[in-house]
Design a protein around this ligand. Sequence first.
Ligand code: PBG
Length: 325
Amino acid sequence: MLQRPRRNRKSAVIRDMIQENHLSAANLIFPLFIVEGHQQKTEVSSMPGIFRYSIDNLLREVESCLNIGLKAFDLFPNIEESLKDKYASVSHQKGNLYLRAIEQVKKNFPEACIVTDVAMDPYSSDGHDGIVENGEILNDETLEILGKMALAHAEAGADIIAPSDMMDGRIGYIRELLDTHGFKQVSLMSYTAKYASAFYGPFRDALNSAPKAGDKKTYQMNPANSREALIEAQLDMEEGADFLMVKPGLPYLDIIKLLHDNFDLPIAAYNVSGEYAMLKAAIRNGWLDEERSIMETLLSFRRAGATSILTYHAKEVLEKGWLKA
Ligand code: PBG
């Protein structure tokens, strides 16, 4: 045998020398849930180790993350049921929980990179990402609301706005609105290929944001399809997206790779709530090794071609010292 691939695996030094992909703190974006009140920190039951924070505690959490080198955060609000309506009016109301959270974080920690989520669901009495009329999700009417949300986020200091709603044309609509209001430097991370997935369950528990009727299949993509992702990516690129995101992550590594190979924009992967819940449940039962299963998962996103990884594991990876120098 002239070729013996095992020679390149014979020692740790050689294995490290030829390692193709690495994970670093710079790749990680930490999603954080926020809730109204003071001194609140309540665990999401289906996501052990993940909490909903009131703004005072959110600031403490962000500070402790910054201290260990985690610098990017994606915020999601838990809104009281009584504040929700058909048009998600509170989503762009001055002084709402979300806008106060963005402002406070940016005021106290200007170096923190804040990603904000644009979609109606946390504020919608229907629990949908768009306006519902006679069981239908209205696309163009929804754009107006998304636009108002995005502008409010930009005014509050968002660094990156991430539309997660899957309405057609929203990237172009929001880009133009931001530009005409002087927010040319605010980035757009598009949820480009967002699938109608069962893996969002724990997130919807965290925000109490599940659809009251029906499902999201007329706007989120069919898990059986991959070529459709190319159409979405093409449109997002033409409409001015700065990042293309694939969501969920682990069951869609092929889509991450597909977009990586066909587009030159940075690719983000969302390692969603259900993926986190799944690993944690197995780890808690002693069925999987914690560090190895989490690190292997995160590295798989890098191998598939993602530069940014939105993951609930972000803090523990740094806190527990799992990143190699
Ligand atoms: C809202 C939104 C969802 C997630 C991020 N933004 C849920 C959904 O579309 O129902 C899911 C994130 C996760 O599961 O971790 N549009």
